[in-house]
Design a protein around this ligand. Sequence first.
Ligand code: SF4
Ligand code: SF4
Length: 115
Amino acid sequence: MLQMLKVVMANLTSKPSTRLYPYTVREPFERARGKIIFNDKNCVYCSLCAKKCPASAIKVDRATKTWTLDAYRCIICGECVNSCPKKSITMSNERRKPTQQKIYECYTKEVPPTP
Ligand code: SF4
Ligand code: SF4
């Protein structure tokens, strides 16, 4: 009985071991795999990322300089990040927010008009 009372008192006076999710959200770990981030600055539209993607989540159109990610098809493997020769793709440690709609992230590079 005394032993149990000690445990009860310890539980009452100590901080809880769990978080009050979703009110208390844990920061993502530094090296956690989160969402894919594309930067068109150096991209040469070589399609290597699309060819390497095991989930076929990336589409690249060289003619229109368009790079598209089917965000909810992505399995966050990081293969596109490793395969891009221009380092145009990085991975954030933040998770993508849940949604009820399919999201395509589409980037088309502005080509300056020829004089
Ligand atoms: S591999 Fe890199 S440079 Fe090539 S299309 Fe993909 S993002 Fe662009
Ligand atoms: S992380 Fe993997 S699944 Fe997601 S887009 Fe890149 S290669 Fe495809």
